[in-house]
Structure formats: structure tokens, C-alpha cells
Design a protein around this ligand. Structure first.
Ligand code: TYD
Ligand code: MG
Length: 456
């Protein structure tokens, strides 16, 4: 390759190739190579010259650094997910499907922060100023002192911010920005990476919180550049089912707080409202006595959350039986089914199985194994669990039911919502009055309990 020839950059993993190919050698993705003019990697030209001669300042690990005061937005669900407010000088990425409510959430956030006296700047690369104003008016936020701009050029943004000196900046979205140092189109890996890098550097240097919005592809990755996830201090995903009004803000990476914490919101005509008690929301409209419906006592981050797991086992019409899952891991479902078949003698060979977590919640906990097994077996036997019962426990490949953490918190939440029984791992003690534990040692115990209800 002659010097100066164009190179091909994979839009999925960012690797650089000299020749075009249908498939990226490095990550295996198809049709992701895009031609770009070569550019020296950022930070090697100008900043290399400026770098001081080699001196390394070593300090004590134990020395005290004062904790910076965090920016508290007053939106409790968001502050908790961020680890107790936003950290000055940090960079955050808020990812989510288009239309899920990212711009709405961030506009509400900025209005609250601006009203508390901090200087807040909202830069929209997707919507015109009039559109953002209209939304602010509809949300009743038009009087908030948020500075607004519609801009996509990184250089203009950085120049403008120099005089503005904001405490917090929202960039909506990182995929619309472009830097004139690169010839690549906006939204490509090279542009997104370069712009994110500059903005993260700006955040650290000026001690300003920078919030980047990123769109997510269908398979759940921040479109193209996973690289951005590594650059920022925290990654929050805003997820949910667009047909439901619930939205969940989930921390998947956080240098300043716990991950796996969730915040629950409800989309209404006044924008996003906080949901202080998600369990009652997820169980809203559920009735005892439905075959295949089980209440799982789960824990999301620091908070216990009850949710409904529904299963439907139906004879397969023809061909390979279907296994469809919404809100849970399909690999984990295959494992639970294998255990039920091999250790408990329940055969699903010619049955379709559908599993759904109601309300658009996504469950990651292994503690849901027992609840999933209960829902599937109950549906297969066409029985319902005893009324006012919650289920939790992890199932191992041997068929044993293992104890799980935070049992007391799960039981307390169940008691608060009027549940009276818990099907839980044997030996798990309870100090919660009014909730009786039915201990199960193996998955077979559970199946036998359900068979007894069915009268088999
Ligand atoms: P938006 O914040 O524009 O999504 P994103 O920035 O993630 O693409 O949200 C748009 C959706 O939210 C849109 O379908 C309309 C809905 N919505 C409401 O239901 N109520 C509201 O008050 C607002 C502002 C939006
Ligand atoms: Mg938007």
C-alpha cells in the first residue's frame, strides 16, 4: 500500500485494514468496513509536541484527596443510579434505543440542575432549537435557565464552551458530531471515537460533567463504537419496551458507584416520572390463579424488586419446537429446561415454550431459575401456584436448589406487598413475620409440589 492510500475501518470493532473485505478479520462482523482517509491517531501530533520532558510524579496511595461535591439533580432514581449524584469532571454515556426517552430524561435532568444554580448547557445535534423548546414547554420546563444550542461541529462546540464555562454539558447525540480533522462521515467509528475523546479530555480539564447520548443498535450495542464505553467514567443504559410506559435506567459501568443499580421511570404526558415502588408497578393487574404465572422476588442493585414471570408450554405444531424468551437469557432457559428433563422427568421435546417477564423488565439474576422452572412446570401441568406466593432460588446443573444472596430483603419486599408464602432454597432462614417459607432442596421437590397440586 502506498503512503497516503485510503484505509478501511471496521465500524464494529474499529480495526484498520488495508484492503476491503466483506467480513472484518478482527471481529468477524459482515459489511462493516468503510473506506476512510488515514489520519495520524489523535493525540500523537499536537499534544506529543506539547508533552513535557519525562518526569513522573509519584504520590502515596494512602494520601487524602477530598471527595468532590456531586451535582445532585433531585431526580432520585437518576442520582442513585449514578452513585449518589453526578461527579464533576466525569464523562457519562447514556445509551438507548431511538425514541426510548433519552432526550426527554436529559432535558428534565438539565432543567433540575439549572434551577439549582449550576450552569447547564444542552447541545442538540438531532433536533432544532425550536423543537427542543417546544418539548421543554410541554414538559413545563420552559422557565429553567438551560442554555441551548443546535450544533454538530465539535470545534464550534469546544470553542463555544470555552467562554461559557458550564458545570454540565449534554451532547445529544455523539453520533451526530463531526470533527474537521477527519474526513470520515459523522457516525463512523473514527468520528465518534475522536469526538468522544476530545469531549472526555474537555471534561477532565475543565472539571465539567459531560453527558454523551449514544444510540444503540438492535443487538444492544452502542452503535458501532464500543470504544466510547471504555473512554467514559460511567455508562448508563436507558431501556424498556416502547409499548409499555416503564423505562429502566441501568448502570452497566460506573467508576464512582455500584453497577447493576436500576432506576425506574414511567413515561407520561408530563415526561418521565419517577417510580418509587417498582414492585407494585410490575405486578399491577396480575391475578393469582393463572397457570404459568409466577412472582419472582428479585434484587436489582441495592433494591428488591418483585416481577411476574409468565410461561406458556404448548404442543408444537410441526418441526423443531420453539423457545422464545423476552426479558431473560435464552441460554439460561435452555439450562433450566435441560435440568427439568434430565433430573425431574418432565419432557418438553415436542412442546413450544414461551417465557416472558411482564412489564418490559430484563432480569439477569440466576436467582430467577427457580421462578422460571416453576412457571414452566405450572404451565405444562396447567396448575397455578398457591395464592400470594413468591419464588426465588438458583438451580445448579445437578438439580440442586442453591441459596441466593439478600434473602431477607426479598422476603421483606414480598411481605410489604401482601405475599404470605415463599418457595425458596431449603435452609434459608427468615426473620420476616407473615411470610412462610416452603423450602425446596432440589428442582424435583418443586416439580413434586406442583404435581401434588395437579393431583397427579
Ligand atoms: P425522546 O426523548 O425523543 O427519545 P430519544 O431521545 O431516546 O430518541 O422520546 C420520544 C418519545 O417519548 C416519543 O415517542 C414521545 C414520547 N414522549 C411522551 O410520551 N411524553 C412526553 O412528555 C415526551 C416529551 C415524550
Ligand atoms: Mg433524542
Amino acid at each position: 500500500m502506498a503512503r497516503g492510500d485510503n484505509v478501511y475501518v471496521c465500524q464494529s470493532c474499529g480495526s484498520i485494514q488495508s484492503k476491503w473485505a466483506g467480513r472484518c478479520d478482527s471481529c468477524g462482523a459482515w459489511n462493516t468496513l468503510v473506506e476512510e482517509a488515514p489520519s495520524a491517531p489523535l493525540g500523537t501530533q499536537a499534544s506529543a509536541k506539547k508533552a513535557k520532558s519525562g518526569r513522573l510524579d509519584l504520590v502515596d496511595l494512602g494520601a487524602e484527596t477530598p471527595e468532590p461535591a456531586r451535582l445532585i439533580s433531585g431526580i432520585g432514581e437518576l442520582d442513585r443510579v449514578a452513585g449518589g449524584g453526578l461527579v464533576p469532571g466525569s464523562a457519562l454515556l447514556v445509551g438507548g434505543d431511538p425514541g426510548i426517552g433519552k432526550s426527554t430524561l436529559l432535558l428534565q435532568l438539565m432543567a433540575r440542575i439549572a434551577k439549582s444554580g449550576a450552569r447547564a448547557v444542552y447541545i442538540s445535534g438531532e433536533e432544532a432549537v425550536a423543537q427542543v423548546r417546544r418539548r421543554a414547554k410541554r414538559l413545563g420546563l420552559a422557565d429553567a435557565p438551560v442554555a441551548l444550542a443546535a450544533e454538530t461541529s465539535l470545534n464550534n462546540i469546544l470553542d463555544g464552551l470555552k467562554s461559557e464555562k458550564p458545570d454540565i454539558v449534554v451532547i445529544d447525540s455523539i453520533q451526530t458530531l463531526w470533527s474537521d480533522q477527519l474526513t470520515a462521515a459523522p457516525g463512523t467509528v473514527a468520528q465518534v471515537r475522536a469526538c468522544a475523546q476530545e469531549l472526555v479530555r474537555y471534561a477532565k480539564k475543565r472539571n465539567c460533567t459531560v453527558v454523551l447520548v449514544g444510540h444503540v443498535t438492535k443487538d444492544g450495542q452502542i452503535a458501532g463504537p464500543r470504544v466510547v464505553e471504555h473512554m467514559v467514567d460511567a455508562v448508563l443504559y436507558f431501556e424498556g419496551d416502547r409499548s409499555h410506559q416503564f423505562r429502566i435506567l441501568r448502570a452497566v459501568k460506573n467508576r464512582f458507584g455500584p453497577t447493576d443499580e436500576i432506576g425506574v421511570f414511567e413515561m407520561g404526558d408530563q415526561g418521565l416520572g419517577e417510580v418509587a415502588n417498582p414492585s407494585s408497578l410490575f405486578l399491577d393487574g396480575r391475578e393469582d390463579g393463572t397457570a404459568g404465572s409466577v412472582v419472582f422476588a428479585g434484587v436489582e442493585g441495592t433494591r428488591p424488586v418483585l416481577s411476574e414471570i409468565q410461561a406458556l408450554v404448548a404442543p408444537a405444531a410441526f418441526g423443531t419446537p420453539r423457545r422464545a424468551v423476552v426479558g431473560w437469557d435464552s441460554g439460561r432457559l435452555a439450562m433450566v429446561l435441560a435440568v427439568l428433563e434430565a433430573r425431574c422427568g418432565v419432557a418438553f421435546g415436542n412442546h413450544d415454550i414461551f417465557l416472558n417477564v411482564a412489564g418490559g423488565l430484563k432480569i439477569n439474576e440466576p436467582a430467577a431459575d427457580l421462578a422460571v422452572a416453576a412457571a414452566i412446570v405450572a404451565s405444562a401441568l396447567d396448575v397455578s401456584l398457591p395464592p400470594k406466593t413468591v419464588v426465588y432460588g438458583e438451580i445448579s446443573l445437578s438439580g440442586d436448589v442453591r441459596p441466593v444472596g439478600r434473602s431477607e430483603a426479598r422476603l421483606k419486599e414480598a411481605a410489604k406487598l401482601g405475599f404470605e408464602r415463599a418457595i425458596a432454597p431449603q435452609g434459608q432462614k427468615s426473620e420476616t413475620p407473615h411470610v412462610h417459607i416452603d423450602g425446596v432442596a432440589t428442582a424435583l421437590d418443586l416439580v413434586q409440589t406442583l404435581r401434588a397440586i395437579a393431583g397427579e
